[in-house]
Design a protein around this ligand. Sequence first.
Ligand code: F6P
Length: 546
Amino acid sequence: MTGLTRYPCNDALAQHLDDLPDLKTLFRQDPSRGERYSLDAAGLTLDYSKNHLNEQTLALFARLAEEAGLEGKIKAMFKGQPINHTEGRAVLHCALRGSVDSDVMVDGVKVSQEVSQTLAKMATFVDSLYQGRWLGFTGKAITDVVSIGIGGSFLGPKIVTEALKPFWQRKVAVHYVANIDGAALADKLAGLDPQTTLFITASKSFGTQETLSNSESARDWLKAAGASFEDLAKHFVAVTANVPKAEAFGIAAQNCFPMWDWVGGRYSLWSAIGLPIALAIGMANFEALLAGARDMDQHFVSAPISANMPALMALIGVSYINYQGASSHALLPYDHGLRALPGYVQQLDMESNGKGCHQDGSAISHLTGPVIWGAEGTNGQHAFHQLLHQGKQLIPADFILPLESHYKLGRHHAMLASNCFAQSQALMQGKTLAEAQGELRQAGLGEAEVAALAPHKVMPGNRPSNTLLMDKVTPQTLGALIALYEHKVLVQGLIWDLNSFDQWGVELGKVLGNAVLDKLEDQSQPLDLDSSTNGLIARFRQQQQK
Ligand code: F6P
């Protein structure tokens, strides 16, 4: 493992991590370890004791943070400096939740003013739908809102809406469509009435193929039901930074909610991209979501590294990725409402830190963002936890559990929690050969059988995890949780000295996709690509001719 050779503390950190005893030993050496390495912030508790670290590790983490110039770089972000230098943009999603000085300006415009005006416009819109004042083309009140967007214009709103189901106001039903696969839109429209359905085209660029195509098909669906071009204004609003394109589509400027270059798509749920969230849970709850994120921002910018939740999670991650070769990280929410969280953090982390060059363009020689994956517990226990326990790769995991459920149903929540706690315990302690043999002997097996079976029952243990707790999933705690992951990703990107805020890697596929689409739809176009792609296109064409 090369580690992070650019930093003077690299060798000391590498040596120290190498010398650390295993987790069971660390717990034996310090009976108060669980308490010592737990931390409260913004309504969340992080137990990070089941990680390979001690006081010296924390001191080395603080050194690494200092050598990476973390403090100054974080301040630069909050001050609105154009830290997304490959796109020449500031990174101010924290301003959306009031965590940035009210006098910060971008392009001569006061950011805080833009934010409060947009929140007011959202509130008016939500109210008009809630009160049944927003009428469709036949004069009926809107009952269903379909948000059409993808990536950051979909994942954040979707996970928050799902997770906060107990807070739904149920004044209008909120739906999401993302995929270009016609099945997604067709499925959704099948259950809806064009006279009472409103669409939100959520696209920062207003140029994303999936979102535009789905919006066009939704427009056709309305027209087929008798809506005129003028009527469309009653059934479409947009959230976009590209109002001219929205207008060209047929969405009036006054029906456009603003987005700005200083908000990255994957950081945008706090903006008007969160409009479907506000419609689902109401404006007051949306404000509480922002407040929870703001609490985490305040903690993040003020706590020292050794007591800073996002920074610690980031540094612990770095220690596994760069010093022990972990290339994946599991997110295991023990909460049905949070089941989509791994998918959301997947974009947040992988689109931000899945990068191969430093800020100055030089190649990175070590691992960067890990593969983020996971699923709700306990489902995952019956699917992939086998590999977490006995597989050969190191996969650090975050267990996430609300201590109280919104659904009081017998012993369910205690059973859910017991599974969550026991999984991290099992990962940490494992089972030795002697223990496995002892169990088998006790079960009455003969020595030959014991010898044959015991190795299969050995669990190496020493597998690290964090456990994140909150009293309950509320707008406030969820806001804090999401902001926690945003800042964790930021800190890792800063340590790796890469730009976490661009996403050039997704562009080539889009460009090639357009060229392929031309060839799929126009048989006269030559098949002049590589032989594999030519073959696939030819096969598709054949099928269309049947
Ligand atoms: O293709 C990647 C991406 O640009 C994401 O970063 C973004 O969240 C998503 O597409 C959607 O973009 P837009 O909101 O502009 O439609």
